[in-house]
Write a protein that binds this ligand. Structure first.
Ligand SMILES: *[C@@H]1O[C@H](CO)[C@@H](O)[C@H](O)[C@H]1NC(C)=O
Ligand SMILES: *[C@@H]1O[C@H](CO)[C@@H](O)[C@H](O)[C@H]1NC(C)=O
Ligand SMILES: *[C@@H]1O[C@H](CO)[C@@H](O)[C@H](O)[C@H]1NC(C)=O
Ligand SMILES: *[C@@H]1O[C@H](CO)[C@@H](O)[C@H](O)[C@H]1NC(C)=O
Ligand SMILES: *[C@@H]1O[C@H](CO)[C@@H](O)[C@H](O)[C@H]1NC(C)=O
Length: 398
């Protein structure tokens, strides 16, 4: 079966004139794999699925495990992720643990990923340049805003609790700064592995940041606007190669993954690796990665830099405006991993010192706690959930 898929992929990509490494949407790369609903069912929960349309026309499928509707909790995945981030660890996942506590659990998906590669007018394959013209600015300003409004409308509440992992919390800062009225719609925003300022970038990520202008031009020249999307051939190759027993873990994690996120093999056993990869790579855009690289290079949390000429047109200034973080007045909890190489303690310190309303700044005690432990660490339910539950309880009952 795999062989047939590869043959079809090979033929179709050979015929693809643009050279774009995407598999036709008629081939379902997720066949036979559980989705969010499937995981929830395994843990004894049923779900609801909703389509949320953003102001600018993207259609996002989001999931809900219904609970006490006066206590909605919204979970938002980060870079390249999807809703399964919060449930792929099964019974010890955040989504299930929150459902066990009675919370009404809502899990978002962002434009372009496997649950949101849809738009009212644009086609992601034929209108690629327009469809994928977004970065964390649009994820925050449009997607997060639309999802929050949808949840509040469905539950009849005025506020919800929100939790974002990795880039999933970058949107809190974008939304709070650009649409300050949303600060009042969130009773507590919990940032797991905060991604805002990116001054401290350890190797090897710093190499990618340093070479980002070149990488960006190459991708642009090749018209690669979508990166490792749900129908990407590269994605399927990565998943398959990294899932080869023993060798896959050594190659993909010991050599590449751990240096990027921080080494913590104890919390991430080889048997679990294929699951993470299957659900992790769900698509992003060239522009989004370049925007993150710009933040790292400039030491400024600012809007997308188009270059001087286009900046003048778009922003009426030569350089992109910085986000005004003094407007992010929502109650904010920063949860930080001591060994997180992607969201370092040093970067979190600057964020803590800049945001006006950090109600909790918590550095995980485990010295090896890394960037992925927040969502898939084997014992994260014991290490971290008590901190989350305490915060949620406090801000849902005051
Ligand atoms: C998730 O999987 C279930 C069961 O296989 C299926 O009925 C449902 O349509 C899927 N949902 C999405 C959004 O793909
Ligand atoms: C997860 O929880 C469900 C419901 O309680 C249970 O049926 C299932 O056996 C549990 N799975 C594991 C792997 O423990
Ligand atoms: C969401 O949209 C998809 C694609 O149009 C459709 O298949 C699905 O049934 C919709 N789901 C809901 C809950 O409306
Ligand atoms: C639902 O949450 C509200 C608000 O915290 C609480 O007052 C109520 O008792 C909860 N209901 C149930 C059935 O737990
Ligand atoms: C976080 O910021 C607050 C307010 O500026 C400061 O009092 C506190 O010491 C900071 N915490 C850490 C660990 O730097």
């Amino acid at each position: 079966m795999k062989f047939l898929v590869y043959l079809a992929i090979l033929l179709s990509t050979t015929y693809s004139v643009s050279g774009q490494l995407n598999v036709p949407t008629s081939i379902n790369l997720f066949e036979g794999k559980l989705n969010f609903t499937g995981f929830a069912q395994q843990s004894g929960y049923s779900t609801e699925e909703y389509n949320v349309t953003t102001e600018d026309g993207y259609i996002l499928t989001i999931f809900r495990i219904p609970g006490n509707s006066s206590q909605p909790v919204y979970l938002q995945h980060g870079l390249f992720g999807c809703s399964e981030a919060f449930i792929m660890r099964g019974n010890t996942s955040i989504a299930i643990a929150l459902a066990d506590e009675g919370y009404d659990v809502w899990v978002g998906n962002l434009r372009g990923n496997r649950y949101a590669r849809r738009h009212t007018k644009l086609d992601p394959d034929t209108d690629k340049d327009k469809f994928f013209d977004y970065s964390f600015q649009e994820y925050g300003y449009y997607d997060m805003a639309a999802i929050i409004d949808f949840i509040l409308d469905k539950t009849g509440q005025e506020k919800l609790s929100a939790m974002g992992h990795s880039e999933g919390n970058t949107f809190f800062y974008v939304l709070g700064a650009t649409r300050p009225e949303y600060n009042d719609k969130i009773n507590i925003a919990i940032a797991l592995g905060p991604i805002c300022f990116l001054d401290d970038i350890p190797l090897p990520t710093s190499l990618a940041v340093d070479t980002s202008p070149i990488i960006n031009s190459v991708l642009k020249t090749l018209d690669e606007e979508e990166l490792i999307g749900p129908q990407s051939l590269l994605r399927q190759l990565l998943v398959d190669i990294c899932s080869v027993p023993d060798v896959g873990y050594k190659l993909c994690f010991d050599l590449i993954g751990f240096p990027l996120v921080g080494y913590d093999a104890e919390q991430f056993e080889p048997e679990f690796e294929p699951t993470l990869l299957q659900y992790y790579f769900s698509g992003s855009s060239r522009k989004n990665l370049n925007h993150l690289a710009q933040v790292a290079r400039s030491s400024k949390f600012a809007k997308y830099d188009y270059g001087k000429v286009k900046n003048l047109v778009v922003y009426k200034s030569l350089s992109p405006p910085e986000y005004d973080l003094s407007k992010v007045t929502m109650n904010m909890a920063l949860i930080v991993g001591a060994n997180d190489k992607a969201a370092t303690v040093q970067n979190a310190n600057r964020l803590n010192a800049t945001l006006p309303n950090v109600v909790k700044y918590h550095i995980m005690e485990q010295p090896k706690f890394n960037h992925i432990d927040f969502i898939v660490g084997r014992d994260t339910n014991k290490f971290m959930y008590p901190v989350l539950f305490e915060l949620l309880e406090k801000y849902n009952n005051s």
